[in-house]
Design a protein around this ligand. Structure first.
Ligand SMILES: Nc1ncnc2c1ncn2[C@@H]1O[C@H](COP(=O)(O)OP(=O)(O)OP(=O)(O)O)[C@@H](O)[C@H]1O
Length: 242
């Protein structure tokens, strides 16, 4: 086993994964650089969610390696991967999954409370993120009293509140109207850039992918190209792999 290059915060090599014999990932390799926003783009069923879950340590691919800095995620035990996810990663699902009994701020504060942060500090941080996402006035409402886009903003606040090293966003705006979607994405990418949070964003929407620094395209579980979106001229803008 060889550790990844120094400037890659995440690195996957030759990932293969099947569900009941049908392939979801077929030999996918990629590196994610520190503080970059990487879009994983492809049509439905291309393998985006499976790739993000492997990179985030939620799923161990049947073959291949995943590294987080110099730590081999693919050989970690369940507890170690859980700790890594809790301490270093954030995750946003396509549908917000909030705890129904908790208020918006309590949901947003959860990652900090689980890490042992004081109640007062966790609340202050959660309220700050809810304000940034323009849902400060909803802080004391429970999820059932919120609209879908407000619930998704709470989920975004929860993913950012602990300042993760890497934020995984799986189709984070799939259930939102376009105006809502672009507001959420703008806030998310601005926060990531200002705090140097690395983002891996799965999307089937080419417009969403344009917000990223680089796009990796998947098709039928294979990586088909890699395109630098911002400032790509003169650099290795397009490469074939797999
Ligand atoms: N839990 C599962 N059990 C069986 N098959 C699965 C499972 N999860 C994904 N698949 C299959 O694996 C392939 C890749 O799915 P995946 O969800 O990773 O793709 P995706 O690009 O994220 O698609 P979508 O945009 O629809 O979420 C698809 O053929 C899908 O049907």
């Amino acid at each position: 086993m060889v550790a990844p290059p120094d400037n890659d915060v995440l690195w996957a090599r030759a990932l293969h994964h099947t569900y009941n014999g049908s392939p979801a990932l077929t030999g996918v390799s990629l590196g994610v650089r520190e503080a970059e926003i990487l879009a994983v783009h492809g049509p439905r069923g291309a393998g985006k969610t499976t790739l993000l879950r492997c990179l985030a340590g939620q799923l161990v691919a049947q073959e291949g390696e995943v590294w987080f800095n110099s730590a081999p995620v693919h050989t970690m035990g369940t507890l170690q991967r859980e700790r890594l996810r809790r301490d270093r990663f954030g995750w946003i699902d396509p549908e917000p999954t909030l705890v129904p009994e908790l208020t918006a701020w309590e949901n947003a504060a959860l990652p900090l409370l689980l890490r042992g942060c004081s109640h007062r500090a966790a609340k202050a941080a959660a309220l700050e993120w809810l304000e940034r996402l323009d849902i400060g006035p909803c802080a004391t409402r429970r999820p059932r009293g919120l609209l879908q886009f407000q619930r998704q903003r709470v989920a975004v606040a929860r993913a950012l509140v602990s300042m993760p090293t890497v934020l995984f966003a799986d189709e984070p705006t799939a259930t939102l109207h376009s105006a809502e979607a672009s507001q959420v994405l703008r806030t998310l990418t601005a926060a990531a850039r200002s705090h140097r949070i690395t983002v891996v964003l799965a999307t089937h929407d080419a417009d969403v992918a344009e917000l990223a620094d680089r796009t990796v395209a998947l098709l039928d579980g294979r990586r088909v190209n890699s395109v630098e979106v911002n400032g790509a001229e003169g650099r290795d803008a397009c490469s074939l792999s797999a």
